[in-house]
Write a protein that binds this ligand. Structure first.
Ligand SMILES: [Zn+2]
Length: 256
């Protein structure tokens, strides 16, 4: 989400106090009103965004092997916080990209196009743009790890239609890295978007057999979430960050 989760309400709900914001280059997306939200993204978000945490985890794991990731770290983190979904964007360039990739509520129809752009710019020697697109692709891998996205359950960032798991996750980054999958080692990094979604739906159905996911299934705050819920969300955070690492690693093998 461009952090339009209603901060006042979230603060009231959780007692969380906030205080930072993002500055960046490239282009600022802005939408007319509310945005799809996945994990929380950085714009206007006074907490450290979950998208940032996940991307940073992958970068920390990989940048020793691939020094370019260190060079373009800020760009990748920034781009991984872009919300390019179903809402029209005020930035004309991003809006065109949004249409090109078929942005939708849960992600986009064509993540492979995003990877295509990244490859195109890398081949041209425009590494800044290449890593910007790579970061944007990581956003979709990250979102797909959220059950609402993975199950295509419509949600937005306002209290009337937000996803409770996302609201809860915003308040607590507590990833667990106990994995129940190994790296499928795809050759195309965009394949990890669907992989991440399958991981999320699999985790949900194995943890909550027979339940059809709905937006308000989870609690809105870790303060009153069950330990089962908190464990589920911790696993989703850690496993999704791992999927991001694998996707990023695959991208890097193409560029070495
Ligand atoms: Zn998103």
């Amino acid at each position: 989400m461009s952090f339009r989760i209603n901060i006042a309400i979230l603060t009231a709900v959780s007692g969380v106090m906030f205080g930072c914001s993002s500055t960046e280059k490239v282009s600022e997306e802005g939408s007319t009103d509310e945005q799809e939200q996945g994990w929380d993204s950085q714009d206007g978000n006074p907490t450290h965004a979950t998208h940032s945490y996940m991307t940073e985890y992958a970068l920390d794991q990989l940048q020793g092997t691939y020094p370019e990731l260190k060079t373009y770290r800020d760009t990748i983190v920034y781009a991984s916080n872009r919300e390019i979904h179903d809402a029209a964007l005020s930035d004309a360039t991003l809006e065109q990209l949004r249409k090109n990739v078929g942005g939708n509520n849960w992600g986009c129809d064509h993540p492979e196009y995003v990877w295509g752009y990244a490859k195109y710019f890398y081949a041209k020697g425009d590494k800044y743009s290449a890593y910007w697109y790579l970061g944007w692709l990581m956003h979709y891998v990250e979102d797909a790890g959220v059950p609402a996205h993975a199950f295509h359950v419509y949600h937005q960032s306002s209290p009337s239609d937000w996803d409770n798991l996302e609201v809860q996750a915003t308040q607590r980054w507590n990833p667990a890295y106990g994995l129940n999958k190994s790296n499928p080692a795809y050759s195309d990094p965009s394949s990890y978007v669907a992989f991440s979604a399958t991981w999320a739906t699999g985790d949900f159905t194995s943890t909550y057999p027979g339940v059809t996911y709905y937006r308000t299934f989870f609690s809105t705050s870790p303060l009153w979430a069950s330990s089962k819920e908190k464990t589920f969300i911790s696993n989703r955070q850690g496993r999704t960050a791992t999927a991001v690492k694998w996707a990023m690693q695959t991208a890097m093998t193409h560029w070495q």
